[in-house]
Structure formats: structure tokens, C-alpha cells
Write a protein that binds this ligand. Structure first.
Ligand code: SF4
Length: 295
């Protein structure tokens, strides 16, 4: 029976089955994203004991609670800060953060920006359900213009915050955005992100039928997923279209894939240099022209 179960669902070995079923509403995108993450880990053959999961507050923050691995469920907006500390403590850990659009795009935004700037080798999987879901459907930084929420009963008039553009500008090594209708793309990006030495940010537009869908006349998860197909456009396609054709649509794709010095590695080099005595507290003859604003 055990063998048969493994064959049918090989990812079960990563789960804390004693905690199932999850608290997620039926049709929530969180299950798809957890599944994609576990598939990426399984495909890479990483020992789950070498991974530390960190999550903040929000529905997506519950994901690590169902994975049989070390995890920290931390305070609102601080998941990236905790992950930074873990990575600097032991750079051999693979650190994966689950965060939401409220957790990372509002209260935790400065941690997000500076982690991208430092290019610390952590992998952020950002579940963007377009609303503050856990607390009952308030407008979030990524709520689409015109969308109805509990705090925008006449439709939101705030602009959509493109967090992928933000972290790309800040210096992240790898940045991608997909939606839950593209699980294979999500898996490929998580694999790339884990393999990349540097800060990686993978945003997934995810359906929240309960707090976003019901308020916007899409209570069925399939309606939301059809709407994602309708209102998104792939980056390669968008580049060939006139601006009026992509107006109001969200761009999906890979926005950054580059190599930059990684913070934990630079710290390790610094510590080793100081210990060897090749790096001094103060250089006797500092050449000011050597100071650099770019790598
Ligand atoms: S409220 Fe929305 S995001 Fe939260 S579990 Fe339910 S469907 Fe998922």
C-alpha cells in the first residue's frame, strides 16, 4: 500500500500528512504553488534537510507548515530579513521564502528591495493573490485598478505595484512572473532560481476565489484562472505588440537573469581575508578612485 501510494503521488514524502487537509479554501492557488515548489525540489534532487523555508504573514505563509522540513513562520513583512540572517549564518543552506503581495509589497518592502540590492542568495516565491486575503479582502499594493475589495467598495483607484520591475531595478539576479495556469513555467523558474547564485524572485499570480473572486464576480477558481489568461501577456509577445494592445495587461515572463557578486560569498571572502591578514581595517594608502558604484 505504501509503495503504491508513493508511485501515485511521489511528492507525498515531502508533506506533513498529519497536518492535512490544509486550511486553504477549495480552489486556492496556494496548493498549486506548493506543488510546483516540491516538484522543483524533487527534480533537482536536493536533500530537503538542506533547505530552510521561511514565511511571513498571509495565507501563503501557511505553506511551509505542510512541508516536512525546517521552517520559520515569522512576523509580518520580515520573512526576507529572517532569511537573510539564516543565509549569512550558514551559506550552505538553501533558503526559500514564501511571501504574499501584502507581506512583501507593503510592510516588508524595504527588506525586499535591500535583499535584491545585496543580491543575497535566497529564493523568494511571492504569491500574488491581488488582495490582502487573510485579513478579509483589503486593497493591497498589487490590487488591479478598478477591482472591488472590502476597502475599495467603489473599485480601487490606486495603481498596481509591479514588484518584478522593482526587484529587477534593485539588482536581483533572477526575476520571473507567471500565473497558476502555467505550472510548468513556475517549476522551471523555481529550478533556475535555486540554481542561481544570488537573489531570486518568482512571482505567481494566484487565485483567491474567497476574498478577491467573490468581490469581483469570479467566485469560481476557474473563472479567475480564465481571467488570468485573458489579462496577461507573455513578455516576448508584448515586445512585438503596439502599446494599445497590451494596455491594462500584466506582463508575464523572465525579467532578469544575470550574474552579480553575491552577498554571503562576498562576506565569506572578507572574513577569510581579515583572518589571513590580507585585508586590513584601514588601508594605509587608499586610492579613492578605486571605490566603485558598480560591479
Ligand atoms: S482566503 Fe484566498 S488566498 Fe486565503 S486560503 Fe482562501 S482562497 Fe486562498
Amino acid at each position: 500500500m505504501g509503495e503504491k501510494t508513493t508511485l501515485i503521488q511521489p511528492l507525498r514524502r515531502y508533506l506533513r500528512e498529519d497536518r492535512l487537509p490544509t486550511v486553504f479554501c477549495p480552489g486556492c492557488g496556494n496548493g498549486i504553488i506548493m506543488n510546483c515548489t516540491l516538484r522543483a525540489i524533487d527534480e533537482l534532487g536536493i536533500n530537503i534537510d538542506d533547505i530552510v523555508f521561511v514565511s511571513g504573514i498571509g495565507c501563503s505563509g501557511r505553506i511551509p507548515g505542510y512541508i516536512d522540513a525546517d521552517s520559520l513562520h515569522v512576523t509580518h513583512g520580515r520573512a526576507v530579513a529572517f532569511a537573510t540572517g539564516i543565509k549569512l549564518f550558514n551559506p550552505d543552506f538553501e533558503v526559500i521564502v514564501f511571501t504574499g503581495n501584502g507581506d512583501s509589497g507593503a510592510i516588508g518592502i524595504s527588506h525586499l528591495v535591500h535583499a535584491a540590492r545585496r543580491n543575497i542568495d535566497i529564493n523568494v516565491i511571492s504569491v500574488n493573490n491581488l488582495v490582502y486575503a487573510l485579513t478579509g479582502s483589503q486593497t493591497s499594493p498589487t490590487t488591479p485598478v478598478g477591482a472591488y475589495t472590502y476597502t475599495s467598495p467603489y473599485g480601487s483607484v490606486e495603481g498596481f505595484f509591479d514588484l518584478c520591475e522593482l526587484v529587477t531595478s534593485a539588482g536581483a539576479s533572477y526575476v520571473a512572473r507567471w500565473s497558476t495556469v502555467q505550472p510548468q513555467r513556475i517549476i522551471s523558474s523555481i529550478i533556475k532560481g535555486i540554481q542561481k547564485k544570488g537573489f531570486t524572485y518568482i512571482e505567481v499570480i494566484s487565485q483567491c476565489p474567497t476574498q478577491f473572486g467573490r468581490k469581483n464576480e469570479m467566485p469560481d477558481p476557474k473563472q479567475l484562472m480564465d481571467w488570468f489568461r485573458e489579462r496577461t501577456v507573455k513578455l516576448e509577445v508584448a515586445k512585438k505588440l503596439p502599446p494599445r494592445k497590451i494596455s491594462g495587461k500584466l506582463i508575464l515572463g523572465e525579467f532578469a537573469d544575470r550574474d552579480r557578486p553575491e552577498m554571503a560569498n562576498e562576506y565569506r571572502k572578507l572574513i577569510e581575508g581579515v583572518q589571513r591578514g590580507t585585508i586590513k581595517l584601514k588601508r594605509p594608502q587608499l586610492d579613492w578612485l578605486e571605490l566603485s558604484f558598480r560591479e
